[in-house]
Write a protein that binds this ligand. Structure first.
Ligand code: SF4
Ligand code: SF4
Length: 100
């Protein structure tokens, strides 16, 4: 089922209101339940990013918003994605930040 969802997402990506955004995480809120990753149609290990407070920079992300909606802890949120921004572990565990 996950493979089918992934194929459909690639062939006919859903329109998203989050164009130009990126998923960010407030690491301190993450309880590592994994619901975000289970909800991702692209099979991205969102928890990996969330627990470190990293931006979800996986190029497969189609900005569907499932992970943000499903997270029971409100860990994930969208922020504007600057051109050329790279993510790295944040210096404090409370908020993801962008470094140019
Ligand atoms: S669903 Fe939320 S709390 Fe659970 S692993 Fe993902 S980011 Fe963390
Ligand atoms: S926004 Fe959608 S595609 Fe991107 S990581 Fe979250 S669930 Fe996966």
């Amino acid at each position: 089922m996950n493979i089918l969802r992934r194929l459909l997402s690639i062939l006919a990506p859903p329109e998203t209101p989050y164009a130009g955004m990126i998923v960010a995480a407030e690491a301190i809120r993450c309880v590592q339940c994994g619901i975000c990753g289970y909800s991702c149609p692209m099979n991205i290990d969102v928890r990996f990013y969330a627990r470190q407070g990293l931006l979800v920079t996986d190029t497969r992300c189609i900005l569907c918003g499932n992970c943000v909606e499903k997270c029971p802890r409100g860990t994930l949120f969208f922020i504007p994605r600057p051109e050329g921004a790279a993510a790295r572990p944040m210096p404090s565990p409370d908020r993801a930040v962008l470094y140019l």
